[in-house]
Design a binder for this molecule. Structure first.
Ligand code: ADP
Length: 523
């Protein structure tokens, strides 16, 4: 009996194995992810992945066990080490000896790079100190730190550096914006997002997107306090006077070659006054620049109102990195609008839906749904997805995705019988720049280069940042169209399951080549 039962088990296992083999042999080859790739290409890619996994080149980015680890005897005494350090000969000290100097507070941990006069060594020693304090010492093993140009980071982009986070970056496009083709770099860990945006780009491949920049003005709004509402309102009247504004503008504009004060709006709350400065800042996103100009104006104002108390250079009416109605209504940074028209044939063939279904969904979801939710600036499907991915790729301040993602997506019937689709996206507050902040880092600069907007514009200051804002808005159009189509045709969950949950590598290889019914997620 026992033997018979065992044989039955074997038979079941055998059947399972055969089924799996049949699936693997006959169905795996029909995987849509592979159908566009030549078998030799797959083999080559696989070989590449294997190579990469064992590659010394690759490993040197992530290894923490250093091949150049100093082999030395026990650390010298603290007085001896201090003597060497004070003689400015830190290269003579071992890492352990430097750690000892940090532990004994002779070198501040935040100042390691400067103390050892070698950014990468400074980062390496900081990791060592951190590892000594972590429960799991091996925690940092997959956090790379080598071969990175820290000279650009220090004092500019990041402090207490322990390495860098590699974020995958993909490309969507070509995207036709004002008759020019762009390949859009997007850094994300959300599967489907780039495939979806790519499909949107394809849907507008023929007609292209038209873009217009409506206004450009970064804002800063300090909060000041007066002894009474009488004094506060006197200040409002004073600021509104055109001659006084001209004087303030003179002060403001003197602080930078690129800062140009456009207007000041005042917002009174009892004896508190919020003074919102709006200025062009060339190709820089402009927060540093406008803060400098604003501070200068505040001091000029204080000369007229000595009783005015400056509470903070930022009083939240700016509004930076917080949800607010003011940016949605009165703009911040670049205000951009884009439109495109998609023929009914393309709606059917690329987007796999109909104009009617898309318009219906846009009204119910992006208008009614967002209104019910009490949304401010959220009359869209997932503008933030595209904005953030481009922001990370191009070195923007990622926290500014809050206002930058404000967007209203409008869909209307178009053409003689109303079967074509008209789509517009209105984005009043894109906070963006091509110089300053993270834009100076090599990889981020490379992405700006891809778009032809790296650094300051040679002839017209501000032209690069304005163009980048237009590209962002146009990419949002592509993203909106594709996700809305996926939702309208009920493909969203299907594509997410297909691409997000597939084995690593497999989906990534397929997405760039095929972008069927894919939709990214608005969560
Ligand atoms: P932000 O004001 O966005 O914080 P930064 O102050 O860090 O930016 O960077 C802007 C710097 O770049 C300023 O010192 C400015 O003088 C300089 N700069 C050079 N060319 C330009 C340009 N075309 N537009 C804006 N800033 C420029």
């Amino acid at each position: 009996m026992k033997q018979f039962a065992l044989s039955a088990d074997h038979i079941v296992i055998l059947i399972l194995l055969i089924t799996l083999m049949i699936k693997f042999i006959f169905f795996e080859s029909k995987d849509p992810l592979r159908e566009h790739i030549e078998p030799e290409t797959i083999r080559e890619i696989k070989r590449g992945i294997q190579r990469q996994n064992t590659d010394v080149e690759y490993n040197r980015f992530i290894e923490t066990e250093d091949s150049d680890e100093q082999v030395s005897d026990a650390p010298r005494s603290l007085p001896d080490c201090l003597k060497i350090y004070r003689a400015d000969e830190t290269s003579e000290l071992t890492d352990d000896e430097i750690v000892m100097l940090v532990d004994t507070k002779h070198i501040p941990a935040y100042n390691l790079e400067k103390a050892v006069k070698n950014p990468e060594r400074g980062v390496k020693i900081r990791r060592k100190i951190l590892e000594n304090n972590l429960k799991k010492r091996e925690s940092l093993i997959n956090l790379p730190y080598r071969n990175y140009d820290y000279s650009k980071v220090l004092g500019a982009c990041c402090e207490n550096v322990i390495g860098y986070i590699p974020v995958p970056i993909g490309v969507a496009g070509p995207l036709l914006v004002d008759d020019k083709k762009y390949y859009i770099p997007m850094a994300t860990t959300e599967g489907c997002l780039i495939a979806s945006t790519n499909r949107g780009c394809r849907a507008i491949e023929k007609s292209g997107v038209k873009s217009r920049l409506i206004s450009d003005g970064m804002t800063r709004a300090p909060v000041v306090r007066f002894p009474s509402i009488v004094k506060a309102s006197d200040a409002v009247t004073w600021i509104k006077d055109t001659d006084n504004f001209a004087a303030l503008k003179l002060s403001f504009d003197s602080t930078s070659r690129f800062a140009k004060l456009q207007k000041i709006s005042t917002h009174i709350a009892g004896r508190y006054l919020f003074i919102r400065f709006v200025a062009e800042t060339g190709d820089a996103m402009g927060m540093n620049m406008i803060s400098k100009g604003t501070e200068c104006c505040l001091h000029a104002l204080q000369r007229h109102f000595p009783e005015m108390e400056i509470l903070s250079l930022s009083g939240n009416v700016c509004t930076d990195k917080k949800p607010s109605a003011i940016n949605w209504l009165q703009n911040r940074g670049k205000s951009v609008v884009c439109e495109c028209i998609i023929s009914s044939e393309v709606v059917a063939s690329v987007l796999k839906t109909t104009t009617k279904a898309l318009i219906d969904l846009n009204i119910s979801k992006n208008m009614v749904g967002s209104a019910i939710a009490g949304s401010i600036g959220g009359f869209n499907a997932h503008a933030a997805n595209i904005v953030t991915a481009i922001f990370i790729a191009t070195g923007q301040d990622a926290a500014q995705n809050i206002s930058s993602s404000n967007c209203m997506t409008i869909m209307e019937p178009w053409g003689q019988n109303g079967e074509d689709l008209y789509v517009s996206c209105t984005m009043p507050s894109i906070e963006i720049g091509t110089i300053g902040g993270g834009t100076i880092l090599p990889a981020q600069s490379a992405c700006l280069d891809m778009l032809g907007v790296r650094g300051p514009h040679e002839d017209i200051p501000g032209a690069n940042a304005k163009q980048l804002a237009r590209i962002v808005c146009a990419s949002v159009v592509a993203g909106e169209i594709s996700l809305m189509a996926a939702l309208a045709s009920g493909h969203l969950v299907k594509s997410h399951l297909k691409y997000n949950r597939s084995y690593s590598g497999k989906s990534a290889l397929g997405l760039g080549l095929s972008c069927g019914s894919v939709g990214s997620c608005d969560r």
